[in-house]
Design a protein around this ligand. Structure first.
Ligand SMILES: *Cc1c(COP(=O)(O)O)cnc(C)c1O
Length: 430
């Protein structure tokens, strides 16, 4: 047995499933997860010393690649000043000002430590601000694992509040309405009927938790119009897309002006920083100014904030997003060509440094279509790539991420691995 298998056995004796976040356990692809010892640039190294090209990037944060020297230096300096004070620091103002400058819809911003917290707080804020209880989310969108948002809803029309986790009372999710992604007609019908009772709509403008599914312009515009008309708070969840699909986030690509935006992942640069922010009028409902309670012992932690700030500085270098987008586009184009060469039904697309690959002839536009992707072919492909030193997300429901350190030689090596992997998919599955 290799060290990864030994450690996975050991981990499962003291950690549920051997992991601290479920998808890491490789359950949907099988086999032992790789235990990572260190990483540098586009590469990660497991405990066996095997090198992998990393297309997970810690699920989004590592946009600069691993161990960026400027970020590491800033963090080391911050550590020397102390780990946590539970009192205001200058870095918190700096990062708030930086976020405001980069995302014009944000007038005030509160830092938290995870995207889950940002989502939970944003929902509470929207409810507190509007005095309404009902919330709307979309099938296949993920906004963290707080109770009221853990609803996926079945197929068909409106699905009222069936929790998708044990331990979530239906009393909590009864006020969560789940609609289809990219179905503006359904959204409009709901708002015509009960828009005045809805506290907020929460959406991923480019969905990244059902693989990658970009919203249509019409979908988001209808959402903005209807929410504005009915005094409903529009929350755009940019935990994944913020500073990832573009410097101004997905809202800059779609020219959508949300009331509240959630951030996470890239703004922490690999440390626990997330945030929710938006219109001053709404944000002023948060404690200590307003009646909506929200707090955190480690919120705005000085070391984590330093890491986030240093990351936000690096991504503002001229040409950063142009290059990141080009490299990501080269990857998906190359993968598409390899699949075609081997006659495997496959599609792929990218926005900025984020991509989706699908074992399906056409890129999906809804959760239902994502469900039609061929999980068995993906599984074969995933393991062939992993054996060949390419680390993709171990699920057909995850998006992929490219860093600025994924240069042409890294992409070329990935495509060589893909050449063999697609050949294997064809051999095994026909
Ligand atoms: C990752 C993610 C979250 C949750 O963030 P955590 O830090 O894992 O709690 C919320 N929303 C979206 C869109 C995400 O991608």
């Amino acid at each position: 047995m290799d060290q990864n298998e030994v450690l996975f056995d050991r981990a499962q004796k003291s950690i549920p499933g051997g992991v601290n976040s479920p998808v890491r356990a490789f359950r949907s692809v099988g086999g032992a997860p790789r235990f990572i010892k260190k990483a540098l640039g586009p590469h990660m190294y497991d405990v066996e010393g095997k090198q992998y090209i990393d297309y997970i990037g810690s699920w989004g944060p590592m946009i600069l690649g691993h161990n960026n020297p400027h970020v590491i230096e800033a963090v080391k300096e911050a550590v020397d000043n102390g780990l946590s004070f539970g009192a205001p620091t200058v870095g918190e103002i700096d990062i708030a000002e930086e976020i405001k400058r980069l995302i014009p819809s944000v007038e005030e911003v509160r830092l938290v430590s995870s995207g889950t917290e940002a989502g939970m707080s944003a929902i509470r804020l929207a409810r507190g601000y509007t005095g309404r209880n009902k919330i709307v989310k979309f099938e296949g969108c993920y906004h963290g694992h707080s109770d009221s948002l853990l609803v996926k809803g079945g197929s068909g029309l409106l699905t009222f509040g069936t929790p998708s986790s044990a331990g979530v009372p239906t009393a909590v999710t009864n006020d969560t309405i789940v609609l289809e992604y990219n179905n503006p007609k359904q959204l409009k019908e709901l708002f015509d009927k009960e828009g005045d009772e809805i506290a907020c709509v929460i959406v991923e403008a480019v969905a990244g938790n059902m693989n990658m599914v970009p919203a249509t312009q019409e979908f988001l515009e209808t959402m903005r119009e209807e929410t504005a008309k009915h005094g409903t708070v529009l929350i755009v969840d940019e935990v994944m897309t913020g500073f990832r699909v573009a410097l101004g986030g997905a809202q800059s690509l779609y020219h959508i002006d949300p009331d509240i935006t959630m951030f996470g992942k890239v703004i922490g640069g690999g440390m626990p920083v997330a945030a929710f922010g938006g219109k001053r009028d709404i944000m002023n409902s948060v404690a200590p100014l307003g009646p909506v309670y929200q707090a955190g012992t480690l919120s705005g932690n000085p070391v984590a904030v330093t890491c986030g700030l240093a990351t936000l500085h690096e991504i503002q270098q001229p040409g950063f997003y142009k290059r990141l987008s080009e490299q990501t586009a080269k990857l998906v184009k190359g993968l598409g060509a390899m699949a075609k060469k081997h006659g495997v039904a496959f599609s792929a697309q990218s926005i900025g440094g984020m991509f989706g690959i699908y074992f399906r002839g056409k890129c999906p536009t809804s959760f239902k279509e994502v469900m039609e992707c061929d999980a068995d072919r993906f599984k074969t492909f995933f393991h062939a790539m992993l054996d060949n030193g390419v680390y993709l997300a171990p699920s057909i429901y995850e998006a992929g991420f490219v860093s600025i350190t994924h240069d042409d030689s890294v992409i070329a090596r990935t495509l060589e691995a893909a050449d063999e992997a697609f050949a294997k998919v064809k051999r095994v599955h026909g």
